[in-house]
Design a protein around this ligand. Structure first.
Ligand SMILES: Nc1nc2c(c(=O)[nH]1)N[C@H]1C(S)=C(S)[C@@H](COP(=O)(O)OP(=O)(O)OC[C@H]3O[C@@H](n4cnc5c(N)ncnc54)[C@H](O)[C@@H]3O)O[C@H]1N2
Ligand code: MOO
Length: 392
């Protein structure tokens, strides 16, 4: 059995960034990272643009201008102004080449034929030059940029409808167990509703991993080998739950061994999540999480999360941890370091009742995990405790 620190290091060392390109419609690329530099196909703005509702002027020495026309947003007319002439203009409208400044309308008196401006203005005022944001042929965004809603808006404003991005991993979730039935079916004696797959799917979706499939296998050795073989061949990451302990019907470990998945560790000195397996076959990473739902989710946040960050080439791999003041007392039984479901709020943390690894009712209201190291056997109110903040 290895320590939590050793296990985390093994996950960090063995999960590599996925260097695969994929093309995505820009509007669906939020959260992806650019695989290549993106060049702008146009000047942005594409034409000299008015930044104000007002008057476009061909500057001269007097404050008075002759009004010769109008340009609205979307117009394509190009009135030619001589010195001392002005056109009515609106925000976003193309500024005639012969105009060299715009006066906002609040500072202008008009009689319909001519205008008088309040004071002289400088050349270029309130005109957004063509290509001010980016010029045609220049790099609009660099390779490695993580796309955000602002970046999506920017690329679409340049007319870019597709982007080359790093592929996100395709992920298989595999649940094991004869006792599992789908929510919605009638619950019969000895069965339980299968919940781990939907729980992990939700955790993956909230981290913006969408390429996820769900698979089920009964407690049958040959079926387990067959299913795991196919998902390992087809995916970058496989997350199995259940069947990894020592019972006669726990076939996951034996099947992974049969499939020559290299074991990087099996069993971590921690609670929950002792029977945690991590391995790899070629480029595919395999986690076998304990079936107990709270243990599975705790292991997801502490270990699988790191692998996901590393696969996406993100610099910060672990969830943030803070020292928070406990408002609860807690007695640890046994010598395994523990992750405790907790509620963190402004520097204080409440350790919840009901820490059993089969229980989700406390996890359901938690936003943090308090980490209790091996050498600490009790926590008193006001103690500072190491607290993992969950991405929820
Ligand atoms: N003799 C020993 N028995 C056990 C040990 C041990 O060291 N020696 N370790 C215990 C610990 S700790 C854990 S954690 C569990 C892990 O067991 P498995 O990973 O093999 O999980 P299962 O036995 O398949 O299931 C455990 C529990 O979780 C329920 N489950 C499983 N899958 C799902 C699912 N998809 N949705 C909802 N609930 C699920 C399952 O019905 C069981 O109740 O082993 C201990 N035993
Ligand atoms: O490791 Mo198990 O998750 O303690 O119950």
């Amino acid at each position: 059995m290895i320590s939590i620190e050793e296990a985390i290091q093994l996950v960090k060392n063995n999960s590599k960034p996925l260097i695969k390109e994929t093309i995505k419609p820009t509007e669906r690329a939020n959260g992806y990272v650019l695989f290549k530099d993106v060049y702008s196909p146009i000047n942005m703005p594409p034409f000299r643009q008015s930044a104000m509702d007002g008057y476009a002027l061909c500057l001269h020495e007097s404050l008075k201008y002759k009004l010769i026309g109008e340009v609205k947003a979307g117009d394509s007319n190009q009135p030619i102004l001589k010195h001392g002439e002005a056109v009515r203009i609106f925000t976003g409208a193309p500024v005639p080449d012969s105009a060299n400044a715009i006066m906002m309308q609040e500072k202008v008196q008009s009689n319909g034929m001519s205008i008088t401006i309040e004071h002289q203005i400088s050349l270029g005022l309130n005109i957004r030059p063509s290509g001010e944001q980016v010029k045609q042929g220049d790099i609009a965004l660099k390779k490695g940029t993580k796309l955000t809603p602002a970046a999506i808006g920017y690329l679409i404003s340049l007319g870019i409808t597709q982007v080359s991005v790093y592929k996100k991993p395709n992920i298989a979730i595999v649940t094991t167990g004869n006792e599992l039935i789908d929510a919605g079916e009638t619950l019969t004696y000895g069965k339980i509703y299968e919940s781990n797959s939907k729980m992990l799917l939700s955790a993956l979706y909230s981290l913006k991993f969408y390429d996820v499939t769900i698979h089920k296998v009964e407690d049958n050795y040959f079926k387990t080998v067959e299913k795991l073989n196919s998902v390992i061949n087809d995916n970058d990451l496989v997350i199995i739950t259940g069947g990894i302990s020592v019972g006669d019907y726990d076939f996951v470990g034996k099947a992974l061994n049969e499939l020559k998945v290299e074991e990087l560790f099996y069993k971590v000195k921690q609670k929950p999540g002792k029977p945690l397996f991590f391995g790899k076959k070629e480029r595919t990473l395999v986690f076998a999480l304990p079936g107990n739902p709270a243990a599975a989710l705790s292991c997801f946040y502490v270990y699988v999360y790191i692998a996901l960050q590393n696969i996406m080439n993100r610099k910060i791999m672990e969830l943030p941890r803070v020292n928070a003041k406990s408002i609860s007392n807690f007695e640890k039984r046994g010598d395994r370091p523990q992750f405790l479901k907790a509620i963190h709020n402004e520097g204080e943390v409440e350790i919840l009742e009901g820490q059993n690894s089969s229980m989700l009712q406390t996890f359901a209201i938690s936003n943090a995990l308090v980490f209790v190291p091996e050498n600490i056997s009790s926590i008193k109110a006001n103690d500072l405790v190491n607290t993992v903040l969950l991405p929820i």
